[in-house]
Design a protein around this ligand. Sequence first.
Ligand code: HEC
Ligand code: HEC
Ligand code: HEC
Ligand code: HEC
Ligand code: HEC
Ligand code: HEC
Length: 492
Amino acid sequence: MSSPGPDPRPSYLRNWLSLAGTVLGLSAFFAFVLLFAVDTFSHHGNPYMGILTYVVAPGFLLMGLAMIAAGAWMHRKHLREAAPGAELPSLTIDLGRPADQRRLLLFGGGSVAFLMLTAFGSFQTYHYTESVQFCGQVCHTPMKPEFVTYQVSPHAKVECVKCHVGDGAGAYVKAKLNGVHQLVGVITGDYHRPIKPPHNLRPAQDICEQCHWAQREVGKLDKTYTHFLADETNTQFSVRLSLNVGGGSPRGGEPGGIHWHMNLGHKVEYVSTGEHRENIPWVRLTDANGVVTEFTTKDYKGEPAKEQIHKMDCMDCHNRPAHRYLSPNDAVDLAMASGKIDPSIPWAKSNVVQVLTTEYATESEALAKIADALKSRYAGKSGIESMVTEAQRIYSQNFFPEMKSDWRAYPDNVSHKNWAGCFRCHDGLHKTADRKRTLKASDCNSCHVILAQGSGEELEKLNPKGHNFFHLDAEYSDFSCHNCHTGAFPKE
Ligand code: HEC
Ligand code: HEC
Ligand code: HEC
Ligand code: HEC
Ligand code: HEC
Ligand code: HEC
């Protein structure tokens, strides 16, 4: 850029650092222009595009500019040290000189345009990095299980960040710093398989209660759970439950029922062990009048004050609102109940659960072997195709062998059949210090009543007071369901 003829002012820019900075800055600038054009004109942006365009390229450009300035400064310092006392021209901009005018105009105009573009772009990028696509797909392999299960969850339309990041710049920066750490993990392949559930989620008041109203009175909720036994005829066994969900009852009355735990006026705290908080040996209830009651298991010897005390909230029951891995037993029952797997195919339940629970190294291996196994077992029979397709679909949506993620990795606490869930506290074994009082709702009829059970006409014999649970061939009212029911074939 030097003008011809003797320049009265020597350039400080003639040094290797400024030169390198110029090269870097120019390349970054052209890269930016190119990326910007591609990003503007392409319809479905590549996940990395926004980051490259609006974060990486401007970053290098700024770095180039900084190098130019640093080089000039060092060069000047060097000249001064080489000739102490010598009169060095100062860095003045002479608006009287047309060259300076032009440069200033060019530089100023360019900077403003560039800043506007990057500001706009960063805003886009900010939105982009908050998008479901970014969370679910940039970290493709590791996040695939969460992403796939999320897409078929009741919260499929709730952005990941609504639950995982929160509002405000602080939350954003914290999450992105954490993200850098995770990105390093993704690049180096150094991450936990399966990914551990986060224990630093914000309290439910800040997440769930942004949309759900804790005071809402749900009342009784009727649900039918349809199962098929693993026998030759796939004997149907359904349970019609009337769940006493209750609620806060803002129109009068005390909070009650299952949603009594909404912390309206009272507080439930607990101490847990296990990565998934699967054991809860100590529970403290502080009621609306401030009366404190502690419940412990018989053998609990710990000191709660020294341990981490959790305050119970929505996510202690609804811990899988967006990433629910159906157990093979439940998934096959669901498919049979909806007719996607024909219950008249002999041993269908048993065979499909079996191929789903076989160990496979990769998803593609699993899909191929599931088809092979079922086709050879039913060789010569017609109408098997839809069963095969359905088994494969169940596998793809609930099993992720590459990440070792399936129902076994993530307990679901809203029930008590496959995992202890509610029975972590309501098992009749948590008592006060004098061992005289247990938690309320430690029986089979406080949380729900069984309106009807069995199959066919039996399901029409409703008993509003509740049947005793009839399990296979006998009445059953013990709290050990999950000792046998593990989500696959139950133990006898
Ligand atoms: C409705 C709220 C909600 C939404 C929306 C949501 N998550 Fe989650 N996510 C959770 C909760 C709650 C947990 C903790 C589960 C537990 O403790 O068992 C979790 C756990 C996770 C985990 C840890 C592994 C695991 O399965 O426990 C990852 C990774 C994750 N979410 C990623 C995502 C991604 C990616 C998205 C968007 C595609 C997303 N989440 C959307 C609530 C949500
Ligand atoms: C951004 C809003 C939003 C947030 C945040 C949110 N939810 Fe929801 N949730 C919904 C909507 C909307 C539905 C209803 C979906 C439908 O019926 O299609 C729903 C449904 C539910 C259901 C009923 C699901 C079913 O199977 O019928 C439960 C339980 C639930 N949410 C729990 C939670 C929990 C726990 C959290 C916090 C981790 C949470 N939600 C956070 C919007 C939200
Ligand atoms: C003690 C465990 C527990 C806690 C704590 C809890 N829930 Fe529930 N909730 C349940 C059960 C059980 C059901 C019945 C439906 C089911 O089994 O999924 C239910 C049902 C629901 C439903 C569906 C209601 C309908 O009309 O279909 C929503 C929404 C919901 N809960 C949201 C929440 C929110 C939000 C919180 C926290 C403020 C919360 N729950 C706290 C156990 C709990
Ligand atoms: C961390 C321990 C804990 C867990 C887990 C838990 N609860 Fe509770 N629950 C309590 C405590 C404490 C009380 C109050 C007991 C009392 O007053 O004696 C209670 C009370 C109840 C009540 C009676 C409320 C009323 O009307 O007075 C119901 C119903 C109930 N729980 C259902 C459930 C269900 C369903 C689940 C699982 C989805 C569950 N609980 C999980 C601790 C727990
Ligand atoms: C602390 C509350 C609570 C107690 C006590 C309780 N249950 Fe349940 N039970 C639940 C909830 C909540 C569900 C439904 C969970 C869901 O929606 O997945 C359930 C579901 C069931 C189901 C249907 C499960 C399925 O998948 O078919 C049966 C059967 C059942 N309970 C039987 C019993 C029996 C028998 C007892 C007594 C030993 C009992 N329950 C005690 C809360 C309770
Ligand atoms: C001693 C082991 C054992 C215990 C404890 C047990 N079950 Fe079962 N349960 C079984 C077996 C075995 C079957 C038959 C499974 C089959 O043929 O597919 C079965 C079948 C069922 C079925 C129908 C089929 C299915 O797979 O869902 C339900 C529902 C059920 N049990 C619920 C419960 C509940 C709820 C409890 C606790 C209150 C419980 N069971 C306790 C062993 C047990």
